[in-house]
Design a protein around this ligand. Sequence first.
Ligand code: C5P
Length: 227
Amino acid sequence: ADKIIIAIDGHSSCGKSTIAKDLAKKLSLIYIDTGAMYRAVTLFALSRGVINDGVINVDKLQDSLSEIVVEFKRNSSTGELDTWLNGENVEKAIRTLEVSNNVSAISALKFVRERLVKLQQEMGQSGGVVLDGRDIGTVVFPNADIKLFMTASPEVRAQRRFDEMQSKGEDVSFEDVLSNVQNRDHIDSTRAESPLRKADDALVLDNSFMNREEQFDWVLEKLSERG
Ligand code: C5P
């Protein structure tokens, strides 16, 4: 299983990264969080004044694209890979509602996707990886060994994200989280450039009524069926 490529796509906030991390641990794979890369570019754009009130200065972003260096580095205390932007650990900074509210517009840009997809393909090409995102099974690794498409009802997803943000002490309302989830689903599924869609050969996992263990067992069973 060391050269395996697992592709996980699906809607926002449906637990893709949780399953991806569980699989990475169990199967000794490297987890590549592609959403974190789009979030890092968004954080860069926000910090450079490239986005004003949700409006992107596309030319300015395109001009500075070559300055953006996104990396993953192992965090020695958590054991997980943290996201770094231009030499700075941004793992926490990329998870704010402000970044979430702007990331789908940034990730709809063709030149942003081309650059990040290439980076993702380089990171995963030798296998032994699990990637999560929106276009992994359709665009980044269309020949992945196994593809999952995850979903759950918007309310269930928003509730989980809301609980998570509250437990981290973030001051957000349920309504704001729900509308962010719905807006991202809409933009991600309707954009022209590699929209979110289920690959024909992806297995659908609706986890509205499943806990973490049940989902994990479900995926392991599917993997063993494939041999
Ligand atoms: O996975 P996460 O929710 O962190 O992704 C944030 C956003 O990044 C998504 O809503 C989507 O707009 C974008 N994204 C993407 N393609 C990917 C991963 C994420 O367009 N492969």
